[in-house]
Design a protein around this ligand. Sequence first.
Ligand SMILES: [Zn+2]
Length: 316
Amino acid sequence: MDDGKRKVNAWWGVLPLLLGMLLLAGCSGSGNAQGISEDGKLLVTATTGMIGDAAREIGGEHVEVTTLMGPGVDPHLFKASQGDIRKLDRAAVVFYGGLHLEGNMERVLVKMAAQKTVVAVTDDMPRDRLIGSADTGEFDPHVWFDVDLWTVAAETVRDTLIEKDPANAEAYREQGERYLNELKELDTYVRERMLEIPEEGRVLVTAHDAFGYFGRAYEVEVVGLQGISTAAEFGARDVSALRDYLVERNIKAVFVESSLPARSMQAIVAGAAQQGHDVTIGGELFSDAMGEPGTEEGTYIGMIRHNADTIAEALK
Ligand SMILES: [Zn+2]
């Protein structure tokens, strides 16, 4: 008897919640059912800043881009709030990274794809250009660090905008071409800066393995403390192994990342110093998020240039 009573009570507890969800679902579609802003722009929502930046560059004045993840936000751990869901809901087009970059959001995005255009910008990337992880059997999602590979994402953004908004196709084509040319120049710039570092010292030590594509594209050896996702735990053993490696290879600098606490790298620097080896923190790299809006690092091109400059200056 008691059990039955408790069940009934539990149901009454859930009811307001269900009603609330129904109300939310009812409201969200109204106002911008077509995904067009009041001043006639195509509403685009992107998960990461890098993707939003591509949409803004290529879409120009014809789109209104909202980005869910701001500076310093870790996409691997990001959970969509009610406000984020509304931003996804009102958009005509949603762009995301895919390859499990947005681990906690994937289910929401897949569900949303039944009602609107939801595009993973990695979908058109040839699979043989992706880096696999031996641990998980999945692909490494940090594709934006190979600038040449990232041009495929930019093309996907361009083609999606043309398809959704054919009236402005010409503008998207033109702005797409300009942006792709800028990316080509950026790719050359990064390559040239890395060549300034003597080959034996071209080693990038960072807290998580975000730079695998960077290493492959620009011939830099990459050593990470964590796995591909920041969600993976790391322990004291990883810290001491990395410290020993730094001492052994006589590596001058390690790097911290904008979307991760610097704590782990500081522990390694202190550990190396105890063994009489001087390692400095070479600077902060942008890994999974861009810098503050309005600054140079608040754009994809600025963020990649910042990384290349920081690495080259610390290691050359
Ligand atoms: Zn990452």
